[in-house]
Every structure is written in C-alpha cells, then in structure tokens.
Design a protein around this ligand. Structure first.
Ligand code: NAP
Length: 340
C-alpha cells in the first residue's frame, strides 16, 4: 500500500482528477469536503469514472475554520492543497475571498509542516503572475512574475490567489520548509470533468454555446487540460527538482474568438450562437463600469499572454496537450452530459 495523500477540496473539478490519478497509482487518498454530505456523490462519480475507490476516505474541513485540519493531515505523507474559492461571479469587494484563500492555505501548511509531510503541492494560478500595469500587447509569463495585488483592475479572485500564494511562500520560508512546497500555476483549465458538478472554468464554454457572449472581449489566456494539470500535481509531488518551484501549467494561448471558431468548426449545429467577432476594448472598459462580469476581464484586455513551460516538462516529464484538443473534449463532455 502506498502513502496516504490529503487532497483538499476533493469535490472540485481539478481535485477529482488528482484523486483519480493518485488512487489509480495505488495511493490512499483522504479528501476534504466542506460538508460531508458531498462525500458520497464524489465517491460515486469517481467510481463511475473507473477509479478504484476502496482507499478513498473523507473528512470535513473548511478553509475558514481551524477545525479538523490536524486530523485531516494525520498520517499523511503528502498534501495536495487544491481548495480555494473560485466563484462564477466576482464579488465587488476585492478582499472578499482572501480569508479563505490565504488563511486557509496557512492552516493547511501549518498542519502539514507540524505533521512533517514530505511535500505540499499547492494550486495557485497564472493570475498570481499576470496582473501588473503596463503589460503591452504581449506578455510572456515566467516563474519570476508576480501579480501586484494593489493593481486596481484585478478581480477579487486574482487578489485572493496572489495573496494566498505570496503568504504560503513567506510562511514556508519563515518555517524553514521552503523545499517542502511546490506551487502549480495553471492557465485557463478546460477538459472533461469527472461527474457533472464542476467549477467555474467550463462555464465559459457553456456561456459561449448559449449565446451569452454575442461578441467576445479581446482576451487571450494560455489554456491547459485538466488531465495534464492533475498529472502535473502528482508528478510535482514526487520529483526532487520541483521542490521550491512555481510550475506553470499551460499549453498554447488562444483569443476567446478563436476558441469560438474551434467550437463552430467542430460542432457546427450546436455552436451557432458562439461569438463571431470581438467587442472593441473601449466598449468593454465602458461596460465594465456597471457590469461585474465584464469587469473581470479588464486587467487582461488586449494582452496575448503566453508561457514557455519547457522547464516544467524538464522537471516533471509532463507534456501539455494542445488547447484545441481540450476545447473539443470539453464541448463533447458537455454535450454527453446534456448540458448543451
Ligand atoms: P472548483 O471546482 O470550484 O473547486 C474548488 C474547490 O475548493 C471545491 O472543492 C470547493 O468546495 C473548495 N472550497 C472553496 N472554498 C472553500 C472553503 N472555504 N473551504 C474548503 N474548501 C473550499 O474549482 P477548480 O477549477 O477545481 O479549482 C481548483 C483550484 O485550482 C483552485 O485553487 C483554483 O483557484 C485553481 N485554478 C483553477 C483554474 C481553472 O481554470 N479551473 C485555473 C487556475 C487555478 P465546495 O465543493 O464545498 O464548494
């Protein structure tokens, strides 16, 4: 029997895939859920996906409370800290998500270091790297880039991810455990979910199919497949060279209008309402003054963000499949579960 791994937020889109890989490789997995009522559904979805769930257990723990974290990490060799608030709509209070994200990460790290775990892998985001003024029309995002949390256009989500990651590194350094921490920084995560309960990122594809975006804001994100992100979490946990590193999880970058074009080309009947053109940037900026959904893209408007992830492949052996494949598989998944 292999080691026990704690997976926080196991009900989530990415965490389910991480649990699937860990269990398939013979690890024991303990997943945290905010409500134990979710446990049976997660277990069933994983079993339906062909995962052997005989070594899967659950424990209730909320990032906003101290309760249960020491029990959660008990006997664990590794922690996959994936839980964090990822709301569909951005709160207008920029600090609203910080307590759960930052203090939550501190709770998980403190409990893990006290238990002397071998490694904590924490899911951050490329949003903790991309948010700064004066980006110009292209930005090649690197491991050394840091979002400036005080930059006004940032969303509450970006502020929370940046502050959580900054404080995780700071805490690990102060405690002398920097080499026990590895951070994963994914771009926009797409690809099939396990079960029909999934987070905010697939909503973008649903919105496009539904015609909620008749024209697309001019934004471009590096895309990454959820199956590759999950594999990266597991490989990062095991590789010596990933200690103390920020690993960007990203494949190629596409403008939103190009994502729409891929959907129309591959699903001509279903994708008729996907956006066909772009909204001029000045219109997006104007609308963002009273529409919080549009406000969420202002920080990235007009910027083609890219990332060279060859260092990640060198360290972990993980390759990222092309974005086109993830987009097509996402749409097919949504069709198969009658969401489109
Ligand atoms: P998701 O499906 O919404 O999963 C988020 C998970 O976090 C859920 O299990 C949720 O539990 C849990 N959670 C939220 N607030 C919590 C709290 N206060 N206490 C305990 N658990 C809490 O989102 P996801 O896409 O899988 O995202 C997972 C991680 O990847 C997040 O850290 C996110 O920031 C990061 N990420 C995602 C993307 C992307 O495009 N999807 C890109 C970059 C980074 P409940 O089920 O109880 O709500």
């Amino acid at each position: 029997m292999k080691d026990l791994v704690l997976v926080t937020g196991i009900s989530g889109y990415i965490a389910r895939h991480v649990a699937h890989i860990l269990l398939s490789r013979g690890y024991q997995v303990r997943g945290t859920v905010r409500s134990i009522a979710k446990a049976d559904g997660v277990k069933k979805d994983l079993a339906d996906a062909g995962t052997d769930v005989s070594h899967l257990s659950f424990i209730e723990a909320d990032l906003e409370s101290d309760d249960n974290w020491s029990e959660a990490v008990k006997d664990c060799a590794y922690i996959q800290h994936i839980a964090s608030p990822f709301p569909l709509e951005q709160p207008s209070d920029r600090e609203a998500l910080v307590p759960a994200a930052r203090a939550g990460a501190q709770r998980v790290l403190a409990a893990g270091f006290a238990q002397n775990v071998k490694r904590v892998v924490m899911t951050s985001s490329m949003v903790s790297m991309m948010g700064k003024p004066g980006k110009g029309p292209t930005m090649d995002v690197t491991e050394d880039d840091w979002t400036q949390p005080s930059w006004r256009p940032l969303t509450a989500y970006a502020v929370s991810k940046t502050k959580a990651e900054l404080s995780a590194w700071e805490y690990a350094k102060v405690q002398g455990f920097e080499d026990k921490l590895t951070v994963i920084n994914p771009g926009l995560v797409l690809g099939p979910a396990i079960g029909t309960s999934f987070g905010a990122s697939l909503h973008l594809i649903e919105q496009m199919f539904a015609g909620e975006l008749p024209r697309a804001p001019k934004v471009a994100y590096p895309i990454v497949d959820v199956r590759d992100v999950a594999e990266l979490h597991v490989e990062a946990m095991l590789k010596q060279k990933s200690k103390g590193r920020r690993l960007i999880a990203a494949s190629n970058t596409l403008w939103l209008k190009d994502i729409a074009a891929i959907l129309r080309q591959n699903f001509p009947e279903k994708a008729k309402k996907t956006p066909k053109g772009e909204i001029p940037n000045f219109v997006v900026r104007m609308v963002s003054l009273f529409d919080d959904r549009i406000k969420a893209v202002v920080a990235d408007l007009g910027v083609f963000h890219t990332a060279d992830t060859s260092y990640v492949t060198n360290i972990t052996g993980v390759n990222f499949r092309p974005a086109e494949e993830s987009i097509i598989d996402t749409a097919q998944f949504l069709i198969d579960c009658n969401r489109l």
